[in-house]
Write a protein that binds this ligand. Structure first.
Ligand code: MG
Length: 234
């Protein structure tokens, strides 16, 4: 009776295209940088350069103030309509959730706070706004041994591994591929799903957080209020 402890589960979630249905990073780059961005984006999508190089090249092309960008974000953002419900569910079940993003901190922060989700810990690249419509981008979560991504999601996952029994990864893009290889369970859509298929990494294909929520409910909790996530570890 009750000697079995609950499995410690951490969910790592991508932000753009995942928690936020709109890829806000892309929208901002399309709106606030000039033509030069198109070629940088093409090279990034073709895997010729990583996001850290892409951001370094695009930073000088930005033209806009923090408030102009935040106004744009507030008009354009679209949180996955099922994310808040899923997050509340995770809290009830004692499942931790953190956001790992290769996007930019200022809009992640603004969007999370808008939905009362300011308590969610997130890791991302950091924008420093200066005068005269200029900004620079810093990479507090970069991996010095790899020159690819701004935020090394893989490093973050590895850092948390010893503290958890299971790490679930949810994402959709290029920067999610590396951490997805190390996760115990992966929910994938878009490019991430395609790339995982290519290397034979099994994933659960999902459309939005309602699917993820349903999967958790069916496979881990079976509709019971406080059952531990024990079935997944056997
Ligand atoms: Mg994404």
């Amino acid at each position: 009776m009750g000697t079995q402890r609950s499995a410690r589960v951490l969910i790592l979630c991508d932000f753009d295209g995942t928690v936020c249905s709109v890829d806000m990073g892309n929208e901002i780059l399309n709106r606030f940088t000039g033509k030069g961005w198109e070629e940088i984006d093409r090279a990034y999508c073709a895997d010729e350069i990583g996001s850290r190089v892409a951001y370094s090249q695009v930073a000088p092309l930005f033209k806009g103030t923090r408030s102009q960008m935040l106004e744009f974000v507030s008009d354009k953002e679209k949180l996955d309509p099922h994310f808040v419900g899923f997050y509340v569910y995770c809290r009830e079940k004692g499942v931790d959730l953190k956001i790992v993003s290769d996007g930019l901190d200022f809009y992640i922060d603004a969007i999370l706070k808008r939905y009362g989700l300011g308590e969610i810990e997130y890791f991302s690249n950091a924008v420093l706004f200066s005068d005269h419509d200029k900004m620079s981008i810093a990479f507090p979560q970069m991996n010095e041994k790899c020159e690819k991504c701004g935020t090394c999601k893989s490093n973050i996952l590895t850092r948390y591994q010893p503290s958890y029994d299971m790490i679930v990864y949810i994402g959709d893009g290029h920067s999610d591929f590396c951490p997805a290889q190390k996760a115990d369970l992966v929910f994938a859509k878009g490019i991430l799903h395609k790339k995982c298929m290519e290397v034979g990494k099994s994933t659960i294909q999902y459309g939005n957080f309602q699917d993820v929520h349903q999967y958790f409910e069916n496979h881990f909790f079976h509709g019971k209020s406080d059952e531990a996530v024990t079935t997944i570890l056997t």
